[in-house]
Write a protein that binds this ligand. Structure first.
Ligand code: 13P
Length: 247
């Protein structure tokens, strides 16, 4: 059985004080949940969140660079994220791919480095509206999955989380149909089985992301292939994120 994982991606929201307040409320409300709960906070809040010593709510970052250290102005390494208590790091989010021109090759270097350093990557894949309309959804996610995981060893795979986030569903209020998402996620798992064998593929958690709300989380979690959610807007408020965790 895969333990469901519900992660909040706060994106570029919340200063330190706001982060601490939301995290404290969340910890209190979800402490008895059997679901794994993660908040992916801005870099500037991570050290303070770590110092709270939360036990239920785990920490993640939203990006990192693949080098260990050096002259890379503005970048953050995997080791720095571990140092401030991160267990997870979101990589290849569509906002990174689209706004900051990250390609599969760069995302892959980050995934490999994260695993080597001891962080668990949440690798995001997903098609644009144009690609969906052209019937390319499965080709796109299969390709992003294969390229994103190039060089990842079989014994590292269980530490990878994949998030299927159709780009057109992010922040739009228009979520993907749960059965459609289940089918695409099944295809991603099939790709993992091709690469690593079905036994290992069955261990990988694959989330859905894109306009997940308290009102639709249950539909997604009822699907056999969907192991959790990556939640943007609805994770900013402790009440709505708690309702999602307690689907
Ligand atoms: P929304 O939940 O706001 O659609 O964002 C999804 C997302 O991008 C999570 O990474």
């Amino acid at each position: 059985m895969r333990t469901p994982i519900i992660a909040g991606n706060w994106k570029m929201h919340k200063n330190v004080g706001e982060s601490l307040e939301t995290a404290r409320q969340l910890e209190e409300r979800v402490k008895d949940s059997s679901v794994e709960v993660v908040i992916c906070a801005p870099f500037t809040s991570l050290a303070a969140l770590s110092a709270l010593g939360l036990s239920k709510v785990k920490l993640g970052a939203q990006n990192m660079y693949f080098q260990d250290q050096g002259a890379f102005t503005g970048e953050i390494s995997a080791g720095m994220l571990l140092d401030v208590g991160c267990e997870y790091v979101v990589l290849g989010h569509s906002e990174r791919r689209q706004i900051f021109q990250e390609d599969d090759e760069l995302v892959n270097k980050k995934v490999v480095k994260a695993l080597e350093t001891g962080l668990k990557p949440i690798l995001c894949v997903g098609e644009t509206l144009e690609e969906r309309r052209a019937g390319q959804t499965e080709d796109v996610v299969v390709s992003q999955t294969k390229r994103g995981l190039a060089g990842v060893a079989a014994d590292q795979l269980a530490n990878v989380v994949i998030a299927y986030e159709p780009v057109w569903a992010i922040g739009t209020g228009e979520n993907c149909d749960a059965e459609d998402a289940n089918q695409v996620i099944g295809r991603i798992r099939g790709t993992l089985a091709e690469l690593y064998g079905s036994e290992l593929a069955e261990q990988v958690r694959i989330q859905y992301g894109g306009s997940v709300k308290p009102g639709n989380i249950k539909e997604f979690m009822e699907q056999p292939e969907i192991d959790g959610a990556l939640v943007g807007g609805a994770s900013l408020d402790a009440d709505s994120f708690t309702a999602i965790v307690q689907y």
